[in-house]
Design a protein around this ligand. Structure first.
Ligand SMILES: *[C@@H]1O[C@H](CO)[C@@H](O)[C@H](O)[C@H]1NC(C)=O
Ligand SMILES: *[C@@H]1O[C@H](CO)[C@@H](O)[C@H](O)[C@H]1NC(C)=O
Ligand SMILES: *[C@@H]1O[C@H](CO)[C@@H](O)[C@H](O)[C@H]1NC(C)=O
Length: 171
């Protein structure tokens, strides 16, 4: 039969032995902690410092869902607007979803803005990245360059100087 005293005694003994062992090894544990921290801290710092750049759009760019948009205050013709967007590592605005369209229309206000669609005579519309577009939205007029206003997407010859919108993916 195990008496309570004997049981406790044995357990105390075991605890004492364990503590003794731990005391002997404390320097090893300390080293392990230091090594772990020197490995983990740089990773955490790197991840945290990267977050603002990948999560948000910088400067005058506005983040909406997966994209950053830039609304110009300057005005240019379509070709010069496209060149500006390229120089910023972006495209003249691509509109992929109803939500994008809704957002862009609200922000164009009373101004006309070039977007990244054009067509050659007798051909279908193309995005500036070269992808042929079967527009899920209507483009009025019979010009070759598309622009957006608060109302809808229109087309014109690309010569006039108006504002423009650039877009790029957030990630
Ligand atoms: C080009 O842009 C369109 C519209 O944003 C997109 O659907 C398509 O995947 C893009 N193509 C390439 C090759 O990036
Ligand atoms: C479309 O083009 C034709 C001839 O190219 C022209 O007569 C017509 O006025 C144009 N329509 C619009 C809405 O610009
Ligand atoms: C667009 O504007 C640029 C610079 O302002 C000019 O050099 C170019 O000839 C214009 N292109 C058209 C098609 O009007």
């Amino acid at each position: 039969m195990i008496t309570p005293e004997w049981h406790d005694g044995r357990r105390d003994n075991w605890i004492h032995r364990t503590i003794f062992k731990l005391k002997k090894c404390w320097i090893i544990y300390l080293c392990m902690c230091i090594i772990l921290l020197t490995l983990v801290i740089p990773v955490v710092v790197a991840v945290l410092s990267k977050c603002p750049q990948t999560m948000e759009c910088s400067g005058k760019w506005i983040g909406v869902r997966k994209k950053c948009f830039y609304f110009s205050s300057d005005t240019k013709n379509w070709t010069a607007s496209k060149r500006f967007c390229s120089s910023q590592g972006s495209e003249l605005a691509h509109i992929d979803t109803e939500e994008d369209m809704e957002f862009l229309r609200r922000h164009t206000g009373t101004f006309m803005h070039w977007i990244g669609l054009n067509r050659k005579q007798g051909e279908s519309w193309k995005w500036t990245n070269g992808t042929t577009c079967n527009p899920w939205f209507e483009i009025s007029g019979n010009g070759s360059f598309a622009f957006l206003n608060a109302d809808r997407v229109h087309s014109s010859r690309g010569f006039i100087d108006i504002k423009w919108i650039c877009s790029k993916p957030k990630f």
